[in-house]
Design a binder for this molecule. Structure first.
Ligand SMILES: Cc1cc2nc3c(=O)[nH]c(=O)nc-3n(C[C@H](O)[C@H](O)[C@H](O)COP(=O)(O)O)c2cc1C
Length: 331
């Protein structure tokens, strides 16, 4: 048996499961393992310091898998923006066929991707942005609820409402993101009108994820209560692990501090140190509320096949079994 949806059909992937871009984490080892498991992994372009490094990382991923995979291009407002056009050129030249865009309007990038036969899955956090991206001609939507790791937006609408509200207006394939970590979430997403799911935190806590074992063990030990929302007063909310640094950032900003006052605390290099050294208080590191559902460190293959098998059982047995014939009282 297999779960076939609009998403698996249009994006040419075996299972309706994606691994979204993850700064510092979305590297060749993880993305290849996700691809080999039959799901859709995305390399994170900006984790690579230069466009040439991205070309090398794509080549490295290809050495590890023959299956399709994509590249995430996160476009965020920045004082010194990275050379997005050069990263985009590398993606095209490397023959990548699927891109996940995130962070802002994908319009400037669409013509070049589409002219080169690249399908675009646009990640957003609100129904209005999903509708806008659909009207721009993207090939699929990934919609992140308030539960998610990373940037949940400022509307605070959890997936239980966000996904069906989006499904009412989205006709192209749509994957639900934020808070998904097991078969129950996958089945729920399909029931809510999505064509699959996207997971970050769950894939981050797998054997092949290229981060320190301490971080994986912290995710297993953590609960759904162990995240903080940083940058709320700046209206650029980020959901991260609760630790000494993130709690300090929340405190400073709540007390009226500005970005300048927390800039050093939230520096990306400090965050990367957490993943590299396993020092959980070295900086900010990203994880979602789905931490409360993550209880082990499986291989990507074990994770995906377990989720798909359990989802099929859930649909055919538990849910199918709840539908019973009723006998009319009048007879
Ligand atoms: C460590 C980490 C880093 C992330 N970095 C990015 C990023 O650079 N770009 C992006 O679009 N999303 C990023 N995300 C968000 C994920 O792609 C995904 O949308 C999110 O993790 C889904 O929520 P979940 O963690 O509950 O599965 C990141 C998530 C994590 C856990």
């Amino acid at each position: 048996m297999a779960l076939k949806t609009k998403f698996t059909e249009v994006f040419g992937v075996e299972h309706p499961i994606a691994q979204g871009g993850m700064q510092w984490v979305g590297r060749a080892e993880l993305v290849a393992a996700v691809a080999n498991a039959g799901a859709l992994g995305f390399l994170t372009a900006l984790t690579q310091p230069t466009p040439a490094d991205l070309a090398n990382e794509i080549a490295k991923t290809r050495d590890l898998t023959d299956k399709p995979f994509g590249v995430n291009l996160t476009i965020l407002p920045s004082i010194n923006p990275p050379p997005y056009d050069e990263y985009r050129q590398v993606i095209v030249d490397a023959g990548i066929k699927i891109v996940e865009t995130a962070g802002s309007n994908p319009a400037p990038h669409l013509p070049m991707f589409h002219d080169n036969g690249i399908k675009v899955l646009h990640k957003c956090t609100s129904v209005r942005h999903a509708v806008k991206a659909q009207s721009l001609g993207v090939d699929g939507i990934s919609i992140d609820g308030f539960e998610c790791a990373g940037h949940p937006g400022e509307d605070d609408i959890p997936g239980l409402v966000l996904i069906p509200a989006a499904a009412d207006q989205i006709e192209i394939p749509m994957v639900a993101s934020g808070g998904f970590a097991d078969a129950r979430g996958l089945v729920a997403a399909l029931a809510l009108g999505a064509d699959g799911i996207n997971m970050g935190s769950r894939f981050m806590c797998t054997a092949e994820s290229p981060i320190h074992q301490n971080v994986k063990e912290a995710i297993v030990a953590g609960t759904e209560l162990d995240t903080e929302l940083i940058f709320r007063p700046l209206r650029n909310t980020g959901r991260v692990a609760s630790n000494a640094v993130s709690r300090e950032v929340v405190q400073i900003l709540n007390d009226g501090g500005q970005f300048e006052d927390v800039k050093d605390l939230v520096a990306g290099v400090r965050g990367n140190k957490v993943y590299e050294t396993g020092d959980l208080d070295a900086g900010i590191w990203w994880v979602g509320t789905s931490m409360g559902l993550i209880n082990d460190i499986p291989t990507c293959g074990e994770l995906v096949s377990r989720m798909v098998t359990e989802a099929e059982e859930l649909i055919t047995e538990r849910l199918g079994g709840a539908v019973v014939e009723t006998v009319s009282a009048s007879r």
